[in-house]
Design a binder for this molecule. Structure first.
Ligand SMILES: CC(C)(COP(=O)(O)OP(=O)(O)OC[C@H]1O[C@@H](n2cnc3c(N)ncnc32)[C@H](O)[C@@H]1OP(=O)(O)O)[C@@H](O)C(=O)NCCC(=O)NCCS
Length: 161
């Protein structure tokens, strides 16, 4: 079952993100701040969205996505993480498909996802390719020397002029 993320999910979602082992400590800290801001104002004032997937009534992953300001229907997926004990069982795909349907319903046109070029993100990059995302750009040494930003995108609907 996938439902909107609630404040009570926060600790479990931070734990899941940490347990994946790919995020740096400061990123895990940032996730706590992102979720705090989400419940405080981002959801209501800026249309950010977050969804949690439950397996046996326990959070097993989440996705966080938001419209990009000063664009027409361009959205960004900020976070996705699945409990590593459940990787490879289709949960990530369900979360992305849920997010895409939500973005479409909100009038979204395109969904962008940023990730890292580091080797530990190779499975993540394969995951996005498997879900029909195309690699759109590489911003060399963006995060740090040797750690480029890799931008994926998927068009969800035609734009209106
Ligand atoms: C990336 C992540 C969300 C994928 O979730 P998941 O539940 O394991 O993925 P799924 O089981 O739904 O896989 C969906 C598709 O991606 C493919 N895929 C997933 N992991 C893959 C891997 N390591 N290598 C190749 N393909 C992979 C699957 O083959 C599957 O394709 P199919 O449906 O055509 O068979 C999960 O691995 C994760 O939490 N990673 C750590 C956090 C992370 O990297 N977040 C993104 C930061 S930018």
């Amino acid at each position: 079952m996938i439902r909107p993320t609630i404040p009570e999910d926060t600790d479990a979602l931070i734990a899941i993100a940490a347990e994946t082992g790919v995020f740096k400590d400061y990123e895990i800290e940032a996730l706590g701040e992102v979720l705090y801001d989400y419940f405080e104002f981002e959801r209501d004032e800026n249309g950010h969205l977050a969804a949690t997937i439950l397996v046996d009534e326990v959070p097993a992953g989440f996705v966080y996505y938001a419209p990009d300001t000063m664009t027409f229907g361009t959205w960004e997926m900020w976070w996705i993480a699945v409990d590593p004990r459940r990787h490879g069982s289709g949960i990530g795909r369900r979360l992305v498909e849920f997010c895409e349907a939500d973005v479409l319903a909100a009038g979204g046109r395109m969904l962008f996802i940023d990730t890292s070029s580091l080797p530990e993100y190779e499975p993540t990059r394969r995951f996005y390719l498997a879900l029909g995302y195309e690699q759109d750009a590489v911003l060399r040494d963006y995060f740090n020397d040797g750690d480029s930003k890799v931008v994926f995108r998927k068009r969800l609907s035609a734009g209106k002029l």
